[in-house]
Design a protein around this ligand. Structure first.
Ligand code: TYD
Ligand code: MG
Length: 394
């Protein structure tokens, strides 16, 4: 039997130590080290217990009877990049024009923001054209089915939104969607290998667990091992993988930095819990530009695209004191947003400065310029600045 020992892993940067410290010696964060039991030969183990994967890789390498070697760059065959439409123009734009076969996309966001809804809705459009596997590790098959039914009803509601309507019309019989409610990594891998779907969705990567690793689901080692195993299989059989990831209390994608290196694109889905609009952004994208913004609205029957978000981010139509309309550029799309400012006499020793939706340093800088060059005595006033609609602009 393999001997097990403990290591301490930093949940923020993934660094490992043998000893517990209050502060991570690698990234300097406090109280981020957690204990993990490890078997003494994990690397050898994982290589041994995936005979199917190993054999598949070997076949590719030994094609033509010799091991794979380097080759001149001009001899490398080019495949045209066939992107798969997600069914949403907003989603496609953030992806850089659609889903690339064999790519790994991590979709992060707070719980309840609508990640599962977004992906299940895209499934409707994608499954009409290609094979899709939806792995639900958090919800039961019944729960997914209920949501699916609820979203399906949207297609029959009055056509308020032409884009969303169109994508649903493309899915008349809703063809090839397979549903698997499973948390065991090994079974998920087997299903991926036997079905070989064009698209697979894992909801969520933190809920999957590898029984051979001792640690709890959602721990750094588990997330890393599960994502790496899924990535190997996705690249080998050209399956586009969409992984759902949760966001930690600090707002970073849980799981943590290790996952961001492994995947081709990192998207974040954010929004105000109390407002209905949701923003989809690309933080990293190997197949497209970052800083693209997709805007959705959460309705009672799922997410709808907002193709003219400026309407959403403009406050009242009447011009009023303290507001200014600016044009911000988010990705390739200009957005008209409203800035709201309030200046009032301070009753504190040092005046309050508060910025929402815009970097606080920018506010400080502008206030300093106004004070120095226009002679406005702003250091005696509290200054508040906000972007209407909960948007963040640069
Ligand atoms: P969900 O996709 O489950 O969030 P996540 O997977 O990111 O945790 O979204 C759940 C929220 O969305 C929940 O608060 C209810 C709301 N919702 C609607 O408002 N309308 C809908 O049609 C659906 C399916 C969900
Ligand atoms: Mg979910």
């Amino acid at each position: 039997m393999a001997k097990s020992h403990s290591v301490f892993v930093c949940t923020s940067c993934g660094a490992q130590t043998r000893q517990f410290f209050g502060k991570c010696s690698s990234c300097g964060s406090w109280n981020t080290l957690i204990e993990q039991k490890q078997s003494s030969a994990p690397a050898a183990d994982s290589r041994r217990r995936r005979p199917v994967a190993a054999a598949g890789e070997l076949k590719g390498e030994l094609a033509g009877g010799r091991p794979k070697r380097s080759e001149p760059i001009h001899a490398v065959g080019e495949r045209p990049l066939q992107r798969l439409a997600s069914g949403y123009a907003e989603f496609d734009r953030v992806l850089g024009g659609g889903l690339v076969p064999g790519s790994l996309v991590l979709l992060g966001g707070d719980p309840g923001i609508g990640k599962s809804t977004l992906l299940l809705q895209s499934c409707r459009a994608m499954a009409a054209r290609t094979s899709v596997l939806y792995v639900s590790a958090e919800e039961s098959a019944q729960q997914v089915k209920l949501r699916w039914r609820r979203l399906a009803e949207m297609g029959e509601s009055p056509p308020e939104l032409p884009e969303a309507q169109e994508s649903l019309e493309q899915a008349p019989g809703v063809a090839d969607l397979q549903l698997l409610a499973e948390t065991d990594l090994e079974l998920v891998l087997q299903e991926l290998e036997s079905l070989r779907p064009a698209v697979a969705i894992i909801d969520s990567i933190q809920a999957l667990h590898d029984a051979e690793l001792g640690s709890a689901p959602g721990s750094v080692a588990q997330v890393r091992e599960c994502a790496a195993a899924l990535a190997r299989i996705a690249k080998r059989q050209d399956t586009a993988l969409l992984l759902v990831g949760h966001v930690t209390k600090e707002g970073a994608l849980a799981g943590p930095k290790v996952l961001e290196h492994l995947v081709d694109a990192v998207l974040t889905f954010e929004g105000d819990r109390f407002a209905s609009h949701r923003l989809l952004r690309a933080v990293k994208n190997r197949f497209g530009a970052t800083h693209e913004l997709g805007v959705f609205e959460m309705r009672d029957r799922g997410l709808a695209e907002v193709s003219n978000p400026s309407e959403l981010f403009l406050g009242s139509e009447e011009p009023s004191a303290g507001t200014a309309t600016i044009v911000a550029c988010e990705g390739t799309r200009p957005l008209v947003v409203e800035l709201q400012a309030l200046v009032s006499t301070t009753s504190y020793a040092s005046p309050r400065r508060s910025a929402t939706g815009i970097a606080a340093n920018r506010l400080h800088q502008i206030l300093a310029v106004l004070e120095k060059h226009l002679g406005l005595p702003l250091s005696r006033f509290d200054c508040y600045l906000a972007v209407a609609g909960g948007l963040e602009v640069e």
